[in-house]
Design a protein. Structure first.
Lengths: 168, 253
């Protein structure tokens, strides 16, 4: 067992030579390509991450713009709504005024028509009453009265009637 | 054959041929051949992982990439910062070489290369050289030598402290060497000791030996599984401590 710890210079040198040769061989044929592949993949991943970050930033910007636009549109909408309400109120007032004016005018016209009709009917009634009165008087006195006397009597009668009406 | 002989038979490096150059034996031995097999295996697997586009290659590549990225980002980058990429091939090779040698050492009839202090000593010497080379490269030789001694000391103490600090670096590397070989060696010794219990008890009484054997095999299996954990753990520890020591030389403050 003492041989276990015996120094063996040949083995030490062989170890160093073998190990350094392995370092050289692997550096040239394995680690080089492997590290290059890893570096390429890292840069590809980094580029993808950067692109994703840029896309996210652009999306954030678009969203911010849209938010601003939405806020503007909302304010404009509220403004338009208020204006529409105002205009509708004005229109309502105008229409109401117009309707009231029309109604008043119609009522006045109707009243005028009614008055005219009444006057006409009163006139006709007067004539009828006068004719009947004359007829009655004629029958009463059995005597015909000429048209000039009849007219003069009727006018007197109407004057008396109007005077009495005015007195009442 | 006693227990010591059994251990020696399984663990000690055996030369199959001798080739002396200036009194140094460069002949073939069991550990040297296993080390070359390990190095070849690591080279083949890593090249396959790096270059193959087959399904198995992609799976292997995924596993290797995970370790590579971990070592680059979590182990070397905090120590070497932007120089981490330059040191990465050395530390990756160191980790995979020790890890593969430890695993191959667990295969029955194969030699545990890292249980040989000369092998771990060779790797520790590489670390020792790298510490000074990296320090000289990063700071320049004069500045590096000046920074070995902490600044602000009385002039008389500087030579003494220089020797102490230098011995400190030697001790760190020696500790690396001993830690790795002792851990791997102890794993094999424990497994062998548990299995030897069967024969020790069987020599006393055959029925007792039979009774002890399931327990001994179970314990040996447990120690073996523990060795798998030790294989990766010791490879990691050797690699990260080397990185810390080299980092100390590159960034003295």
């Amino acid at each position: 067992m003492n041989r276990l710890l015996d120094p063996d210079t040949g083995m030490i040198i062989w170890t160093i030579v073998t190990f350094l040769a392995l370092v050289l061989v692997l550096k040239l044929s394995a680690w080089g390509p492997l590290l290059r592949a890893i570096a390429e993949r890292d840069s590809r991943i980094k580029a993808n991450v950067d692109a994703a970050e840029a896309a996210r930033a652009a999306a954030e910007q678009v969203r911010a713009d849209l938010d601003v636009q939405m806020a503007g549109l909302s304010a404009k909408g509220r403004e338009l709504l208020a204006q529409a309400q105002k205009e509708a109120e004005a229109l309502r007032i105008r229409l109401r005024a117009s309707a009231e004016a029309d109604s008043a005018s119609l009522r006045q016209k109707t009243m005028q028509d009614l008055a005219a009709e009444k006057d006409r009917l009163v006139g006709e009634l007067r004539k009828e009453v006068a004719g009947l009165s004359v007829l009655a008087a004629e029958k009463l006195i059995r005597k015909s009265i000429d048209a000039g006397v009849q007219k003069s009597v009727l006018e007197d009668f109407y004057r008396d009637l109007d005077a009495r009406k005015a007195a009442n | 054959m006693n227990f010591e002989e059994i251990l020696a038979h399984h663990i000690i490096n055996r030369y199959s041929s001798n080739l002396y150059v200036h009194g140094i034996n460069f002949g073939l031995s069991s550990h040297l051949i296993t080390m070359w097999i390990v190095a070849g295996l690591v080279a083949l697997l890593m090249i396959y992982a790096a270059r193959s586009s087959s399904a198995a290659g992609r799976v292997l590549r995924g596993g290797v990439e995970a370790i590579v990225i971990y070592m680059r980002d979590d182990m070397l980058h905090p120590i070497f910062h932007e120089d981490a990429e330059a040191y990465l091939p050395y530390f990756l090779t160191l980790f995979f070489f020790i890890f593969a040698a430890n695993l191959v050492g667990l295969v029955p009839r194969a030699s545990a290369v890292m249980s040989n202090p000369n092998v771990t000593g060779g790797l520790a010497l590489c670390t020792f050289a790298l510490i000074h080379l990296a320090g000289c490269k990063a700071q320049g030789p004069i500045q590096y030598l000046k920074h070995i001694v902490p600044p602000g000391l009385p002039l008389l103490l500087v030579p003494l402290l220089f020797v102490i600090e230098f011995l400190g670096i030697v001790a760190k590397c020696l500790a690396l060497c001993i830690r790795l070989f002792a851990n791997i060696l102890s794993g094999h010794v424990v497994s062998l000791a548990f299995l030897s219990l069967i024969f020790i008890f069987a020599q006393m009484s055959r029925p007792v030996g039979l009774l002890v054997s399931p327990m001994a095999v179970g314990l040996a299996l447990f120690a073996y599984l523990l060795d798998v954990l030790v294989a990766v753990l010791q490879a990691y520890i050797f690699t990260i401590l080397t990185a810390v020591f080299v980092g100390g030389a590159v960034h003295p403050h």
